[in-house]
Design a protein around this ligand. Structure first.
Ligand SMILES: Nc1ncnc2c1ncn2[C@@H]1O[C@H](COP(=O)(O)OP(=O)(O)OP(=O)(O)O)[C@@H](O)[C@H]1O
Ligand SMILES: C[C@@](O)(CCO)CC(=O)[O-]
Ligand SMILES: [Mg+2]
Length: 380
């Protein structure tokens, strides 16, 4: 049996980090996905002699554990958890899982994979027990770059595993693709499991990344509550990857440490971010119908993104590579902000309609010129 599930990455338009401390944030799914393909041998095949395998195709590494070894190390977990209500991974269980991951020598340059492997082992053994199987993971998302690769990993894995366990199943088709969607209740369950995976990778996630990866579209998120945002006119964003690697867990911990050193100052920063996210989400929802409204909507969005970036600098999560992108885009009067955990990773730049119209006019002008010269050429 083969089951395939995919989940998208995301951008955060406003509110990252502050959302961990209770502020609102706004995020949107993007069309880059992580896919998990689960292969299960027929029941009775492999048995206690079988293995649990994971093939991480993007990093070119594969890992496996004999089922008997997993059963010995995890005992209770391998008797399968209550699937409708996942329990958090206890520190003892996490320590046992870490020892299982350490059985493999992961190259130093790819040691960051160990968090993803721990999340994999937790989700696999909690949902399917210690039965043999193989998962192949592939992704179009850059890993550790602020586009929610860890959440897409946890959501696609949870989707495939819960489908195999028979507790969720796909319903309607996604327009124009071979993919089918899960119903609302099933998505809720996938999201709850994926959040447990995110906790293993991130330490203290707010839940925004797994929520937007599970439910898609554009959302406002505050203290675990999700509101769908209906955006009339889509805004265009350019995503620049600084290619500076960083780790969300460490950055989130750094902000919490700063907050405990300067509680009042940081509370004001988080409050300001909350106001920005609230205002941004209401602007997004304003149905812009004519050109003037669209322009003023973009101007407001740009200003709010600029203010949010300033507050992210206050939190200590910007980086010289991010500042270079900010300066470069500012030369063209374009506003940018980091997205996701910062410290490197990706930067968003709002591309206003005026620039798009300018680009379209340039392309039209160039093709017109080319057309004229190609027509006139034979006569000249
Ligand atoms: N396709 C994948 N294969 C294996 N591990 C993955 C994959 N995608 C994500 N991971 C795990 O997630 C980690 C990256 O998560 P991290 O939260 O640091 O960055 P991100 O999710 O890309 O960015 P952000 O959280 O800011 O949106 C990797 O180090 C790895 O452990
Ligand atoms: C930095 C953060 O706010 C967003 C990471 O994409 C962490 C989180 O909310 O879990
Ligand atoms: Mg992440």
């Amino acid at each position: 049996m083969e089951i395939r599930a995919r989940a998208p990455g995301k951008i955060i338009l406003a509110g990252e980090h502050a959302v961990v401390h209770g502020s609102s944030a706004v995020a949107a799914a993007i069309d880059l996905y992580t896919q998990s393909s689960l292969h299960l041998p027929p029941p009775g095949d492999g048995g206690a002699g079988g293995e649990v395998e994971v093939d991480l195709t993007d990093s070119g590494l594969a890992f496996s554990w004999p089922c008997s070894r997993l059963l010995e190390a995890l005992g209770e977990t391998c008797r399968k958890a209550e699937l409708q209500a996942p329990r958090p991974c206890s520190p003892e269980e996490l320590a046992s899982i870490a020892r299982l991951v350490e059985l493999h020598e992961i190259p130093e340059a790819k040691i960051w994979l160990s968090a993803g492997l721990s999340a994999f082992l937790y989700l696999y053994t909690s949902i399917l027990g210690c039965r043999p199987g193989k998962v192949v993971v592939s992704s179009g998302l850059p890993m550790g770059a602020g586009l929610g690769s860890s959440a897409a990993f946890s959501v696609s894995l949870s989707g495939a595993l819960l489908t195999a366990a028979g507790v969720v199943c796909a319903e309607g088709a996604v327009d124009g693709t071979e993919w089918r969607l899960l119903g609302k209740d099933h998505l809720e369950l996938v999201n709850t499991w994926a959040f447990q995976g995110e906790k293993i990778i991130h330490g203290k996630p707010s839940g925004i990344d797994n929520a937007v990866s599970t439910f898609g579209s554009m959302i406002k998120f505050k203290k675990g509550e999700l509101t769908n945002l209906k955006s009339g006119n889509p805004v265009k964003m350019l995503i620049t990857d600084t290619r500076v690697g960083r780790n969300t867990k460490a950055l989130v911990a750094g902000v919490s440490e700063r907050a405990s050193r300067h509680p009042d100052a940081m509370a004001s920063v988080f409050h300001a971010v909350n106001t920005i996210s609230e205002e941004l989400s209401s602007i997004v929802e304003l149905a812009a119908t004519d050109e003037i409204a669209m322009t003023s909507k973009e101007e407001k969005l740009a200003e709010l993104m600029e203010m949010n970036q300033g507050l992210l600098q206050c939190m200590g999560v910007s980086h010289s590579s991010i500042e270079t992108v900010l300066r470069s885009t500012l030369k063209y009067n374009l506003v940018s902000k980091l997205t996701g955990a910062g410290g490197g990773g990706c930067v968003l730049t709002l591309i206003p309609t005026r620039i798009l119209l300018y680009l379209i006019t340039c392309v039209a002008f160039i093709s017109l010129k080319y057309l004229r010269s190609s027509i006139s050429f034979p006569f000249s």
